[in-house]
Design a protein around this ligand. Structure first.
Ligand code: NAD
Length: 349
């Protein structure tokens, strides 16, 4: 197997703790991987950008206030527009649900449009440009006066189409493995018929053209369904903000935020990171759960053409939870971050 280069960017808070533990695990597997750790910084240094662009895989830890530039660059400047967030329960994970066994779906987040990253301004400027912009009751923006702010939500047919096609590819792959291959689209198209409506209609057209099962729920109803009927979900395609919120909710139903991985895919490039943030409340204590980062590394291995090794790593994680002996405090154990990662390595071997 040819040598692969991975760039590790720890971020801050618990990011360095979980990334270090995961990199040590990866090195322990004996896989042909070389790990580079170029400097972070604000702005992101050119040498880091170059290394990350050229790498076979990029593993990010977690952003906080002083490393938000790193995640901005990875996600938005590199246009990693498809956020793949598997929500999967392994027996032994501490779910708050009574019967979580069988939860296994992908929450797919459109990463590049919608209301993120912030495009905000002063109401006075909007009123000057579009004084008669009105809501459905006929109330114009000028009636709000000029004190205040606004934010802009953007939806394009191109952005909606490409994420819908990505969702269809994921659904087909899952169908081939015996899953329903259903796409559940999440918007608020009843209240935002032009923006969310465009996304909803575009996704529905593409999924139906692909001959795949389709359903749509408004985001409030979707939140309830992810708690009540999580096992009915297969590929849940969300607009940007809704996906941000619902992926934390989904992660929690499947055992906790410290367990949820993600892969963020652009055109011919991808990076991998946990769904969680820098967790300042537990940072520096060595008790962060490394599972989300380890599972993100498994997604990265798959992306680098090491599917069998990715599956083996996921199985090793599953075994640690089944055994229940070496778990971090969020999962009811007393293990440290590194101990848990080393236990996964032992199970991998
Ligand atoms: P958070 O995800 O950092 O933490 C939320 C809660 O989950 C905390 O109680 C934390 O202790 C717990 N938690 C998270 N990861 C855990 C782990 N691996 N093991 C055990 N417990 C874990 O969210 P927050 O506190 O709202 O945000 C902190 C910072 O992270 C903010 O600056 C935020 O902007 C940033 N953030 C970054 C990302 C990212 O890098 N993709 C995602 C979310 C939040």
């Amino acid at each position: 197997m040819a040598m692969k280069t991975v760039v590790a960017l720890p971020g801050e808070g618990i990011g360095p703790e979980v990334v270090d533990a995961t990199c040590e695990l990866l090195m322990g597997t004996g896989l042909p991987i070389k790990i580079l750790t170029p400097p972070q910084g604000h702005p992101v240094p050119e040498e880091t950008k170059r290394a990350a662009r050229e790498a076979d895989g990029v593993l990010f830890g977690a952003a906080g206030p002083s490393t938000s530039a790193v995640v901005s660059w990875l996600r938005w400047e590199m246009s990693a527009w498809a956020g793949v967030r598997p929500i999967k329960f392994f027996p032994g994970m501490h779910s708050p649900l009574a019967d979580p066994e069988g939860i296994d779906y992908i929450l797919l987040r459109e990463n590049s449009e919608g209301i993120y990253p912030g495009r905000e301004g002063d109401l006075a400027d909007l009123v000057k440009l579009m004084p008669n912009l009105s809501d459905r009751t006929g109330r114009t923006v000028k009636e709000f006066g000029t004190e205040g702010r606004f934010a802009v939500k953007v939806v394009t047919p191109r952005g909606a189409e490409r994420i819908a096609r990505f969702a269809c590819d994921l659904a087909r792959k899952r169908q081939a493995l015996g899953k329903p291959g259903k796409v559940t689209c999440v918007t608020k198209s009843n209240v935002l018929p032009r923006t969310d409506g465009l996304y909803h209609q575009t996704v529905e057209r593409i999924v139906r053209e692909a001959g795949l099962p389709f359903e749509h729920f408004h985001v409030d109803d979707a939140a309830r369904r992810l708690v009540r009927f999580p096992k009915s979900m297969d590929v849940v395609l969300c607009m940007n903000l809704y996906g941000d919120i619902l992926s934390d909710l989904g992660a929690e139903t499947a055992g906790g935020l410290g367990l949820a991985p993600s892969g963020n895919f652009g055109d011919g490039w991808a990076y991998f990171e946990s769904v969680h943030g820098s967790a300042p409340d537990i940072a520096g204590r060595g008790i962060a759960n490394p599972t989300a980062t380890i599972r993100s590394a498994a997604l990265m291995l798959e992306h680098m053409g090491m599917s069998a090794e990715a599956e083996r790593l996921d199985q090793a994680v599953a075994r640690i939870y089944r055994d229940g002996k070496v778990l971090t405090p969020d999962q009811g154990g007393t293990a440290k971050t590194r101990e848990m990662a080393q236990a996964v390595l032992a199970a991998y071997r």
